[in-house]
Write a protein that binds this ligand. Structure first.
Ligand SMILES: C[S@@+](CC[C@H](N)C(=O)[O-])C[C@H]1O[C@@H](n2cnc3c(N)ncnc32)[C@H](O)[C@@H]1O
Length: 189
């Protein structure tokens, strides 16, 4: 059932042009989740749950860890919740609706994995909003750092200057983007 839901979500994103990572970047992020085995993942930008499903599949296999995911568009957030339920992973997710920059302030527990995939100019404010909860170290992944570099220049400058940070480029088979990158940063105090 899980695989059918994931496939259906991917098809819907392609057909309706709902932004999603696509399989190339999703595999990469899932690999990081497998490697880090995080206790708490926070994702900014749920859309309809495509990236969430990839990360939740790994958490389910590992048998530990939870996802808190935030989406500003309530219609998308509701679809994501329905998809998590159909895939049988809803018990591992806390789906929140709101502006990530504000919603992050309500998280009062340690966060060891952060995925930034919301509006580009909000990456730095979101990072600063959750920073008090980031563990030492914490894994921080930021999507769209190729196509969105100019809008998130403050974020990129900060992580590249202060932490171990690498840019990974991908050839992507999506109707709206063919090449993009993810920034992987290891946050340390
Ligand atoms: C690139 S999509 C997320 C894709 C998703 N992570 C995936 O791969 O399936 C970006 C999402 O961020 C949402 N968004 C934009 N601004 C936001 C904000 N300030 N707070 C939370 N979500 C936001 C958009 O509505 C959109 O659904």
């Amino acid at each position: 059932m899980f695989e059918q839901v994931l496939q259906k979500v991917e098809e819907q994103c392609r057909e309706e042009r709902i932004p999603m990572l696509g399989p190339e970047k999703a595999k990469f992020i899932a690999g990081w989740v497998e490697k880090v085995k995080p206790s708490v993942i926070v994702e900014c930008g749920t859309a309809i749950g495509y990236s969430g499903l990839w990360m939740l599949r790994v958490l389910k296999e590992i048998g530990s860890g939870r996802l808190i995911t935030i989406e500003i568009d309530s219609n998308r957030a509701k679809q994501a919740q329905a998809n998590f339920e159909s895939a049988g992973v809803a018990d591992l997710v806390d789906s929140r609706i709101g502006d990530a920059q504000e919603a992050l302030k309500d998280i009062n527990e340690p966060v060891d994995f952060l995925l930034l995939d919301n509006n580009f100019d909000n990456y730095y404010p979101c990072f600063k909003a959750i920073e008090p909860q980031l563990t030492n170290p914490a894994t921080v992944l930021a999507d769209n750092v190729g196509i969105g570099a100019d809008s998130m220049a403050d974020y990129l400058e900060h992580v590249r200057e202060n932490y171990e940070s690498e840019t990974h480029w991908f050839d992507i088979d999506l109707p709206w983007v063919k090449k993009d990158a993810i920034e992987v940063s290891i946050y340390r105090r």
